[in-house]
Ligand binder design. Structure first.
Ligand SMILES: Nc1nc2c(c(=O)[nH]1)N[C@H]1C(S)=C(S)[C@@H](COP(=O)(O)OP(=O)(O)OC[C@H]3O[C@@H](n4cnc5c(N)ncnc54)[C@H](O)[C@@H]3O)O[C@H]1N2
Ligand code: MOO
Ligand SMILES: [Mg+2]
Length: 422
Protein backbone atom coordinates (compact mmCIF):
# COMPACT_ATOMS: atom_id res chain seq x y z
CA UNK A 1 0.00 0.00 0.00
CA UNK A 2 1.42 3.32 -1.10
CA UNK A 3 1.12 6.38 1.15
CA UNK A 4 -1.39 8.88 -0.25
CA UNK A 5 1.14 11.60 -1.04
CA UNK A 6 3.34 9.18 -2.98
CA UNK A 7 0.37 7.87 -4.94
CA UNK A 8 -0.65 11.45 -5.68
CA UNK A 9 2.74 12.43 -7.05
CA UNK A 10 3.02 9.26 -9.17
CA UNK A 11 -0.43 9.95 -10.61
CA UNK A 12 0.15 13.62 -11.32
CA UNK A 13 3.47 12.85 -13.03
CA UNK A 14 1.59 10.58 -15.43
CA UNK A 15 -0.59 13.43 -16.67
CA UNK A 16 0.34 15.15 -19.93
CA UNK A 17 -1.73 18.33 -20.18
CA UNK A 18 -3.59 18.85 -23.43
CA UNK A 19 -1.57 20.60 -26.11
CA UNK A 20 -2.59 24.21 -26.74
CA UNK A 21 -2.39 23.68 -30.51
CA UNK A 22 -3.13 20.03 -31.20
CA UNK A 23 -5.81 19.74 -28.56
CA UNK A 24 -7.67 22.99 -29.10
CA UNK A 25 -10.79 24.01 -30.94
CA UNK A 26 -12.39 27.26 -32.01
CA UNK A 27 -15.76 27.92 -30.45
CA UNK A 28 -18.28 30.72 -30.34
CA UNK A 29 -18.54 32.99 -27.32
CA UNK A 30 -22.13 31.90 -26.74
CA UNK A 31 -20.98 28.37 -25.93
CA UNK A 32 -17.79 29.24 -24.07
CA UNK A 33 -18.93 29.12 -20.44
CA UNK A 34 -16.64 26.92 -18.37
CA UNK A 35 -14.15 26.38 -21.18
CA UNK A 36 -10.42 27.06 -20.80
CA UNK A 37 -8.55 29.42 -23.12
CA UNK A 38 -5.81 27.70 -25.10
CA UNK A 39 -4.44 30.95 -26.52
CA UNK A 40 -4.27 34.44 -25.02
CA UNK A 41 -6.88 36.94 -26.07
CA UNK A 42 -6.15 40.51 -27.17
CA UNK A 43 -8.73 43.09 -28.16
CA UNK A 44 -8.52 45.80 -30.78
CA UNK A 45 -10.80 48.01 -28.72
CA UNK A 46 -9.81 50.47 -26.01
CA UNK A 47 -11.77 50.40 -22.73
CA UNK A 48 -13.58 52.74 -22.37
CA UNK A 49 -13.92 53.11 -26.12
CA UNK A 50 -14.11 56.90 -25.72
CA UNK A 51 -14.12 59.50 -22.96
CA UNK A 52 -17.52 59.34 -21.32
CA UNK A 53 -19.40 60.57 -18.29
CA UNK A 54 -19.66 58.55 -15.08
CA UNK A 55 -22.61 60.65 -13.85
CA UNK A 56 -25.82 62.31 -14.91
CA UNK A 57 -24.90 66.01 -14.95
CA UNK A 58 -23.14 68.59 -17.08
CA UNK A 59 -20.00 68.43 -19.19
CA UNK A 60 -18.02 71.61 -18.57
CA UNK A 61 -14.62 73.22 -18.94
CA UNK A 62 -12.93 72.96 -15.56
CA UNK A 63 -11.40 76.42 -15.82
CA UNK A 64 -14.90 77.90 -16.16
CA UNK A 65 -16.18 76.47 -12.89
CA UNK A 66 -13.19 76.00 -10.62
CA UNK A 67 -14.29 78.85 -8.33
CA UNK A 68 -18.01 77.96 -8.21
CA UNK A 69 -19.75 77.82 -4.81
CA UNK A 70 -23.28 78.02 -3.40
CA UNK A 71 -22.70 81.69 -2.61
CA UNK A 72 -21.12 82.47 -5.96
CA UNK A 73 -22.58 80.03 -8.46
CA UNK A 74 -21.41 80.11 -12.06
CA UNK A 75 -23.91 80.17 -14.89
CA UNK A 76 -23.23 78.32 -18.15
CA UNK A 77 -25.21 78.08 -21.39
CA UNK A 78 -26.40 74.60 -22.27
CA UNK A 79 -25.62 74.03 -25.94
CA UNK A 80 -26.41 70.36 -26.39
CA UNK A 81 -27.93 67.30 -24.71
CA UNK A 82 -25.87 64.08 -24.77
CA UNK A 83 -27.65 60.87 -23.78
CA UNK A 84 -25.76 57.56 -23.94
CA UNK A 85 -25.37 56.37 -27.52
CA UNK A 86 -25.40 59.87 -29.05
CA UNK A 87 -22.40 61.37 -30.78
CA UNK A 88 -21.85 64.99 -29.64
CA UNK A 89 -22.07 67.55 -32.43
CA UNK A 90 -20.84 70.69 -30.68
CA UNK A 91 -17.58 71.85 -29.17
CA UNK A 92 -17.97 73.35 -25.71
CA UNK A 93 -16.59 76.87 -25.66
CA UNK A 94 -15.89 79.12 -22.64
CA UNK A 95 -19.10 79.77 -20.72
CA UNK A 96 -20.85 76.74 -22.23
CA UNK A 97 -21.88 73.31 -20.97
CA UNK A 98 -23.60 70.23 -22.33
CA UNK A 99 -26.31 68.33 -20.50
CA UNK A 100 -24.87 64.79 -20.25
CA UNK A 101 -26.05 61.45 -18.91
CA UNK A 102 -24.13 58.46 -17.52
CA UNK A 103 -22.28 56.75 -20.36
CA UNK A 104 -22.70 59.76 -22.68
CA UNK A 105 -19.67 60.72 -24.82
CA UNK A 106 -17.70 63.71 -23.61
CA UNK A 107 -18.00 66.56 -26.09
CA UNK A 108 -14.96 68.31 -27.54
CA UNK A 109 -13.82 71.21 -25.36
CA UNK A 110 -15.23 69.81 -22.09
CA UNK A 111 -12.92 68.03 -19.66
CA UNK A 112 -14.99 67.66 -16.49
CA UNK A 113 -18.44 66.49 -15.44
CA UNK A 114 -20.39 68.22 -12.66
CA UNK A 115 -22.95 65.89 -11.11
CA UNK A 116 -26.55 66.98 -11.33
CA UNK A 117 -26.90 67.28 -7.54
CA UNK A 118 -24.39 70.18 -7.53
CA UNK A 119 -26.29 72.22 -10.09
CA UNK A 120 -29.54 74.06 -10.75
CA UNK A 121 -31.13 73.91 -14.18
CA UNK A 122 -32.97 76.99 -15.50
CA UNK A 123 -34.27 77.04 -19.09
CA UNK A 124 -31.15 76.68 -21.24
CA UNK A 125 -28.81 77.62 -18.41
CA UNK A 126 -27.19 75.68 -15.60
CA UNK A 127 -25.94 77.10 -12.33
CA UNK A 128 -22.85 75.30 -11.01
CA UNK A 129 -23.10 75.38 -7.19
CA UNK A 130 -19.90 73.56 -6.26
CA UNK A 131 -16.43 73.40 -7.83
CA UNK A 132 -15.78 69.93 -9.27
CA UNK A 133 -12.43 68.15 -9.23
CA UNK A 134 -10.45 68.69 -12.44
CA UNK A 135 -11.45 65.91 -14.90
CA UNK A 136 -13.97 64.73 -12.31
CA UNK A 137 -16.41 61.99 -13.31
CA UNK A 138 -14.83 61.47 -16.72
CA UNK A 139 -14.05 57.84 -17.67
CA UNK A 140 -11.14 58.33 -20.04
CA UNK A 141 -10.65 56.32 -23.21
CA UNK A 142 -8.26 53.37 -22.67
CA UNK A 143 -7.95 54.06 -18.95
CA UNK A 144 -9.21 50.51 -18.17
CA UNK A 145 -7.50 48.71 -21.03
CA UNK A 146 -5.48 49.73 -24.08
CA UNK A 147 -6.12 48.01 -27.42
CA UNK A 148 -3.40 45.47 -28.22
CA UNK A 149 -2.41 44.82 -24.60
CA UNK A 150 -2.95 41.26 -23.30
CA UNK A 151 -6.58 40.93 -22.20
CA UNK A 152 -6.96 37.32 -20.95
CA UNK A 153 -4.16 34.78 -20.61
CA UNK A 154 -4.33 31.20 -21.82
CA UNK A 155 -5.26 28.73 -19.08
CA UNK A 156 -8.06 30.97 -17.81
CA UNK A 157 -11.39 29.25 -17.29
CA UNK A 158 -14.27 31.29 -18.60
CA UNK A 159 -16.79 32.26 -15.95
CA UNK A 160 -19.22 35.16 -15.90
CA UNK A 161 -16.67 38.00 -15.59
CA UNK A 162 -14.42 36.61 -18.32
CA UNK A 163 -17.38 36.04 -20.64
CA UNK A 164 -18.41 39.67 -19.99
CA UNK A 165 -14.92 40.91 -20.86
CA UNK A 166 -14.83 38.87 -24.07
CA UNK A 167 -18.29 40.03 -25.09
CA UNK A 168 -17.43 43.68 -24.44
CA UNK A 169 -14.20 43.22 -26.39
CA UNK A 170 -16.15 41.65 -29.28
CA UNK A 171 -13.98 38.55 -29.11
CA UNK A 172 -16.61 36.16 -30.40
CA UNK A 173 -14.37 33.35 -31.63
CA UNK A 174 -12.21 31.71 -29.01
CA UNK A 175 -9.55 29.06 -29.08
CA UNK A 176 -10.11 26.76 -26.13
CA UNK A 177 -8.79 23.39 -25.05
CA UNK A 178 -10.97 20.51 -26.14
CA UNK A 179 -12.78 18.85 -23.27
CA UNK A 180 -11.08 15.69 -21.99
CA UNK A 181 -12.89 12.49 -22.91
CA UNK A 182 -13.48 10.12 -20.05
CA UNK A 183 -14.74 6.58 -20.60
CA UNK A 184 -16.75 5.18 -17.71
CA UNK A 185 -17.52 1.54 -17.15
CA UNK A 186 -18.98 -0.40 -14.28
CA UNK A 187 -18.03 -3.99 -13.57
CA UNK A 188 -20.22 -6.42 -11.69
CA UNK A 189 -22.60 -9.33 -12.18
CA UNK A 190 -24.93 -7.81 -9.59
CA UNK A 191 -25.49 -4.52 -11.41
CA UNK A 192 -28.64 -3.28 -13.13
CA UNK A 193 -29.62 0.16 -14.37
CA UNK A 194 -31.91 2.43 -12.33
CA UNK A 195 -34.66 1.61 -14.83
CA UNK A 196 -34.63 -2.17 -14.37
CA UNK A 197 -36.58 -3.97 -11.63
CA UNK A 198 -34.26 -5.42 -8.99
CA UNK A 199 -34.02 -9.19 -8.64
CA UNK A 200 -32.77 -10.68 -5.35
CA UNK A 201 -29.05 -9.98 -4.95
CA UNK A 202 -28.97 -7.20 -7.51
CA UNK A 203 -28.10 -3.56 -6.91
CA UNK A 204 -28.25 -0.46 -9.06
CA UNK A 205 -25.13 0.66 -10.88
CA UNK A 206 -24.99 4.04 -9.16
CA UNK A 207 -21.29 4.48 -9.91
CA UNK A 208 -21.95 4.98 -13.62
CA UNK A 209 -24.27 7.86 -12.79
CA UNK A 210 -22.04 9.32 -10.08
CA UNK A 211 -18.99 9.34 -12.34
CA UNK A 212 -20.87 10.63 -15.37
CA UNK A 213 -22.16 13.54 -13.31
CA UNK A 214 -18.76 14.19 -11.79
CA UNK A 215 -16.95 14.11 -15.17
CA UNK A 216 -19.51 16.52 -16.61
CA UNK A 217 -19.08 18.90 -13.66
CA UNK A 218 -15.30 18.69 -14.18
CA UNK A 219 -15.75 19.91 -17.76
CA UNK A 220 -15.03 16.50 -19.33
CA UNK A 221 -17.02 14.56 -21.91
CA UNK A 222 -18.28 11.33 -20.35
CA UNK A 223 -18.20 8.34 -22.68
CA UNK A 224 -20.58 5.98 -21.00
CA UNK A 225 -19.60 2.36 -21.61
CA UNK A 226 -22.29 0.73 -19.48
CA UNK A 227 -22.20 -2.34 -17.29
CA UNK A 228 -19.67 -5.10 -17.92
CA UNK A 229 -20.11 -8.53 -16.35
CA UNK A 230 -17.36 -10.09 -14.25
CA UNK A 231 -16.20 -12.28 -17.12
CA UNK A 232 -12.60 -11.93 -18.31
CA UNK A 233 -13.44 -11.95 -22.02
CA UNK A 234 -16.21 -9.38 -21.69
CA UNK A 235 -14.03 -7.20 -19.51
CA UNK A 236 -11.10 -7.43 -21.88
CA UNK A 237 -13.22 -6.37 -24.79
CA UNK A 238 -14.81 -3.53 -22.83
CA UNK A 239 -11.50 -2.14 -21.58
CA UNK A 240 -9.92 -2.39 -25.04
CA UNK A 241 -12.86 -0.45 -26.43
CA UNK A 242 -12.82 2.13 -23.62
CA UNK A 243 -9.17 3.05 -24.16
CA UNK A 244 -9.95 3.80 -27.81
CA UNK A 245 -12.65 6.26 -26.78
CA UNK A 246 -10.92 8.39 -24.22
CA UNK A 247 -8.03 10.25 -22.60
CA UNK A 248 -8.93 8.73 -19.24
CA UNK A 249 -10.77 5.53 -18.39
CA UNK A 250 -12.58 5.13 -15.09
CA UNK A 251 -13.79 1.66 -14.21
CA UNK A 252 -15.35 0.74 -10.91
CA UNK A 253 -15.23 -2.57 -9.13
CA UNK A 254 -13.15 -5.69 -9.62
CA UNK A 255 -9.88 -4.33 -8.22
CA UNK A 256 -9.74 -6.08 -4.88
CA UNK A 257 -8.64 -9.66 -4.14
CA UNK A 258 -11.91 -11.52 -4.77
CA UNK A 259 -12.25 -14.36 -7.26
CA UNK A 260 -14.26 -12.14 -9.58
CA UNK A 261 -11.92 -9.15 -9.40
CA UNK A 262 -10.33 -9.34 -12.85
CA UNK A 263 -9.37 -5.77 -13.66
CA UNK A 264 -5.63 -5.91 -12.90
CA UNK A 265 -5.24 -9.23 -14.70
CA UNK A 266 -6.94 -7.90 -17.83
CA UNK A 267 -4.90 -4.71 -17.78
CA UNK A 268 -1.74 -6.82 -17.72
CA UNK A 269 -3.04 -8.93 -20.62
CA UNK A 270 -3.66 -5.75 -22.59
CA UNK A 271 -0.03 -4.65 -21.97
CA UNK A 272 -0.91 -1.75 -19.72
CA UNK A 273 1.80 -0.47 -17.45
CA UNK A 274 0.50 -0.73 -13.90
CA UNK A 275 1.82 2.02 -11.64
CA UNK A 276 -0.28 1.62 -8.51
CA UNK A 277 -2.30 -1.30 -7.08
CA UNK A 278 -3.32 -0.06 -3.67
CA UNK A 279 -3.08 3.04 -1.54
CA UNK A 280 -3.11 3.47 2.24
CA UNK A 281 -6.32 5.46 2.13
CA UNK A 282 -9.76 4.85 3.62
CA UNK A 283 -11.99 4.56 1.76
CA UNK A 284 -10.37 3.65 -1.53
CA UNK A 285 -7.61 1.18 -0.70
CA UNK A 286 -7.74 -0.94 -3.85
CA UNK A 287 -6.89 1.63 -6.50
CA UNK A 288 -5.32 0.54 -9.74
CA UNK A 289 -3.59 3.15 -11.83
CA UNK A 290 -2.25 2.15 -15.22
CA UNK A 291 -1.28 3.69 -18.52
CA UNK A 292 -1.70 2.48 -22.06
CA UNK A 293 0.86 3.63 -24.62
CA UNK A 294 -0.17 6.42 -26.99
CA UNK A 295 -2.57 5.24 -29.65
CA UNK A 296 -0.10 5.60 -32.54
CA UNK A 297 -2.01 3.32 -34.90
CA UNK A 298 -5.21 5.15 -34.26
CA UNK A 299 -5.73 7.86 -36.77
CA UNK A 300 -6.90 10.21 -34.08
CA UNK A 301 -6.81 13.99 -34.15
CA UNK A 302 -5.01 15.51 -31.22
CA UNK A 303 -1.78 14.90 -29.39
CA UNK A 304 -0.72 11.35 -28.67
CA UNK A 305 -0.51 10.89 -24.96
CA UNK A 306 -0.84 7.70 -22.97
CA UNK A 307 -4.35 6.83 -21.89
CA UNK A 308 -4.64 6.97 -18.12
CA UNK A 309 -6.60 4.14 -16.55
CA UNK A 310 -8.10 4.32 -13.07
CA UNK A 311 -9.48 1.08 -11.69
CA UNK A 312 -11.56 2.53 -8.88
CA UNK A 313 -13.00 0.43 -6.08
CA UNK A 314 -16.59 -0.67 -6.50
CA UNK A 315 -17.94 0.59 -3.21
CA UNK A 316 -19.81 3.77 -4.15
CA UNK A 317 -18.20 5.99 -1.53
CA UNK A 318 -14.74 4.62 -2.29
CA UNK A 319 -15.25 5.28 -6.00
CA UNK A 320 -16.25 8.91 -5.54
CA UNK A 321 -13.73 9.68 -2.79
CA UNK A 322 -10.95 8.24 -5.00
CA UNK A 323 -12.15 10.52 -7.79
CA UNK A 324 -12.17 13.58 -5.58
CA UNK A 325 -8.79 12.83 -4.05
CA UNK A 326 -6.86 11.54 -7.07
CA UNK A 327 -8.70 12.07 -10.34
CA UNK A 328 -9.99 15.61 -9.80
CA UNK A 329 -6.49 17.19 -9.99
CA UNK A 330 -5.76 14.93 -12.97
CA UNK A 331 -8.81 16.19 -14.85
CA UNK A 332 -7.89 19.78 -14.11
CA UNK A 333 -4.22 19.38 -15.01
CA UNK A 334 -5.11 17.58 -18.22
CA UNK A 335 -7.65 20.27 -19.14
CA UNK A 336 -5.04 23.01 -19.43
CA UNK A 337 -5.50 24.78 -16.08
CA UNK A 338 -2.38 26.20 -14.41
CA UNK A 339 -0.95 24.49 -11.33
CA UNK A 340 -2.53 26.82 -8.77
CA UNK A 341 -5.92 25.76 -10.15
CA UNK A 342 -5.35 22.00 -10.32
CA UNK A 343 -3.61 21.36 -6.99
CA UNK A 344 -5.98 19.81 -4.42
CA UNK A 345 -7.30 22.46 -2.06
CA UNK A 346 -6.92 21.67 1.62
CA UNK A 347 -8.55 24.04 4.07
CA UNK A 348 -7.92 24.33 7.81
CA UNK A 349 -11.25 23.99 9.56
CA UNK A 350 -12.48 23.42 13.09
CA UNK A 351 -14.21 20.08 13.41
CA UNK A 352 -17.61 20.28 15.08
CA UNK A 353 -17.50 16.66 16.15
CA UNK A 354 -14.81 14.13 16.95
CA UNK A 355 -13.29 12.31 13.98
CA UNK A 356 -12.23 8.71 14.32
CA UNK A 357 -9.97 6.41 12.34
CA UNK A 358 -8.22 3.10 12.85
CA UNK A 359 -4.94 4.96 12.33
CA UNK A 360 -3.71 2.48 9.72
CA UNK A 361 -4.74 4.32 6.56
CA UNK A 362 -5.12 8.04 5.83
CA UNK A 363 -8.84 8.41 6.46
CA UNK A 364 -11.18 10.71 4.61
CA UNK A 365 -14.43 11.46 6.43
CA UNK A 366 -17.14 13.11 4.42
CA UNK A 367 -19.23 16.08 5.42
CA UNK A 368 -19.68 19.77 4.85
CA UNK A 369 -17.25 22.65 4.91
CA UNK A 370 -19.10 25.65 6.28
CA UNK A 371 -18.07 29.25 6.79
CA UNK A 372 -19.27 30.35 10.22
CA UNK A 373 -18.53 33.97 11.16
CA UNK A 374 -15.63 34.07 8.73
CA UNK A 375 -14.05 30.78 9.88
CA UNK A 376 -14.26 27.36 8.30
CA UNK A 377 -15.93 24.58 10.23
CA UNK A 378 -16.29 20.92 9.26
CA UNK A 379 -19.63 19.25 9.87
CA UNK A 380 -19.28 15.46 9.71
CA UNK A 381 -22.07 13.72 7.81
CA UNK A 382 -24.36 11.89 10.21
CA UNK A 383 -24.90 8.13 9.94
CA UNK A 384 -22.55 5.36 8.97
CA UNK A 385 -19.16 6.12 7.44
CA UNK A 386 -19.11 2.78 5.68
CA UNK A 387 -17.75 2.91 2.13
CA UNK A 388 -20.96 1.19 1.04
CA UNK A 389 -23.17 3.96 2.45
CA UNK A 390 -23.67 6.43 -0.34
CA UNK A 391 -26.81 7.84 1.24
CA UNK A 392 -25.09 10.24 3.61
CA UNK A 393 -22.60 11.23 0.88
CA UNK A 394 -25.23 13.59 -0.50
CA UNK A 395 -24.34 17.27 0.10
CA UNK A 396 -20.66 16.50 0.66
CA UNK A 397 -18.45 19.54 0.13
CA UNK A 398 -15.38 18.46 2.06
CA UNK A 399 -13.40 15.43 3.20
CA UNK A 400 -11.72 15.72 6.61
CA UNK A 401 -8.35 13.99 6.76
CA UNK A 402 -7.24 11.91 9.73
CA UNK A 403 -3.54 11.16 9.13
CA UNK A 404 -1.95 7.71 9.45
CA UNK A 405 -1.04 6.99 13.08
CA UNK A 406 -3.81 9.16 14.48
CA UNK A 407 -7.01 7.57 15.74
CA UNK A 408 -8.93 10.60 17.00
CA UNK A 409 -9.29 14.28 16.28
CA UNK A 410 -11.34 15.72 19.15
CA UNK A 411 -14.23 18.09 18.50
CA UNK A 412 -13.08 21.71 18.38
CA UNK A 413 -9.66 20.83 16.98
CA UNK A 414 -8.34 21.99 13.64
CA UNK A 415 -8.50 19.48 10.82
CA UNK A 416 -7.35 19.57 7.20
CA UNK A 417 -10.33 19.33 4.89
CA UNK A 418 -10.11 18.59 1.18
CA UNK A 419 -12.53 20.84 -0.62
CA UNK A 420 -14.29 18.81 -3.30
CA UNK A 421 -16.07 21.77 -4.86
CA UNK A 422 -14.94 22.44 -8.42
N1 LIG B 1 -10.41 -9.88 1.45
C1 LIG B 1 -10.51 -8.60 1.15
N2 LIG B 1 -11.67 -8.13 0.70
C2 LIG B 1 -11.78 -6.83 0.39
C3 LIG B 1 -10.70 -5.97 0.58
C4 LIG B 1 -9.47 -6.50 1.04
O1 LIG B 1 -8.47 -5.80 1.22
N3 LIG B 1 -9.44 -7.83 1.29
N4 LIG B 1 -10.86 -4.64 0.33
C5 LIG B 1 -12.20 -4.13 0.51
C6 LIG B 1 -12.26 -2.77 0.09
S1 LIG B 1 -11.50 -1.66 1.10
C7 LIG B 1 -12.96 -2.37 -0.99
S2 LIG B 1 -13.10 -0.70 -1.30
C8 LIG B 1 -13.63 -3.31 -1.87
C9 LIG B 1 -13.29 -2.99 -3.33
O2 LIG B 1 -13.80 -3.97 -4.11
P1 LIG B 1 -13.75 -4.06 -5.67
O3 LIG B 1 -13.17 -2.83 -6.22
O4 LIG B 1 -13.18 -5.33 -6.05
O5 LIG B 1 -15.26 -3.96 -6.04
P2 LIG B 1 -16.35 -5.11 -6.11
O6 LIG B 1 -15.90 -6.26 -5.30
O7 LIG B 1 -16.69 -5.30 -7.49
O8 LIG B 1 -17.54 -4.35 -5.38
C10 LIG B 1 -17.43 -3.87 -4.06
C11 LIG B 1 -18.80 -3.38 -3.57
O9 LIG B 1 -19.23 -2.31 -4.37
C12 LIG B 1 -20.48 -2.57 -5.01
N5 LIG B 1 -20.47 -2.03 -6.35
C13 LIG B 1 -19.66 -2.44 -7.34
N6 LIG B 1 -19.90 -1.75 -8.45
C14 LIG B 1 -20.86 -0.89 -8.17
C15 LIG B 1 -21.56 0.08 -8.95
N7 LIG B 1 -21.25 0.28 -10.23
N8 LIG B 1 -22.50 0.82 -8.36
C16 LIG B 1 -22.81 0.61 -7.04
N9 LIG B 1 -22.17 -0.30 -6.27
C17 LIG B 1 -21.24 -1.06 -6.82
C18 LIG B 1 -20.53 -4.07 -5.02
O10 LIG B 1 -21.83 -4.55 -5.13
C19 LIG B 1 -19.86 -4.43 -3.72
O11 LIG B 1 -20.75 -4.31 -2.65
O12 LIG B 1 -13.22 -4.60 -1.62
C20 LIG B 1 -13.25 -4.96 -0.22
N10 LIG B 1 -12.98 -6.34 -0.08
O1 MOO C 1 -11.04 1.11 0.73
MO1 MOO C 1 -12.49 0.46 0.90
O2 MOO C 1 -12.78 1.81 -0.02
O3 MOO C 1 -12.24 0.92 2.59
O4 MOO C 1 -14.06 0.46 1.42
MG1 LIG D 1 -14.26 -7.18 -5.27
Amino acid sequence: MLPVNQAESIILDLVHPLDSQLDSEIIDLSTATGRILATPVTSQLDFPHWDNSAMDGYAVRYTDVQSASELQPISLNIVEEIPAGYQPQKTIAAGQAARIFTGGCMPQGADTVVMQEHTQHRDNQVLILQAPKPQGFVRHQASFYRAGDPLLESGIQLGAPEIAVLAAAQCTELTVYRRPKVAILSTGNELVTPYQPLQPGQIVDSNQYALTAWVTLCGGIPKVQGIVRDKPDALKQAIAQAILAADIVLSTGGVSVGDYDYVDEILAQLDAEIHIRSVAVKPGKPLTVATFPPPSQRNKKGSSHPVLYFGLPGNPVSALVSCWRFVQPVMKKLSGLPMQRWKPRFIHATSRSELKSDGRRESYLWGQLQLVEGKYEFKLAGGSHSSGNLINLAQTTGLAVVPVGQTLIPAGETVQVLSVSL
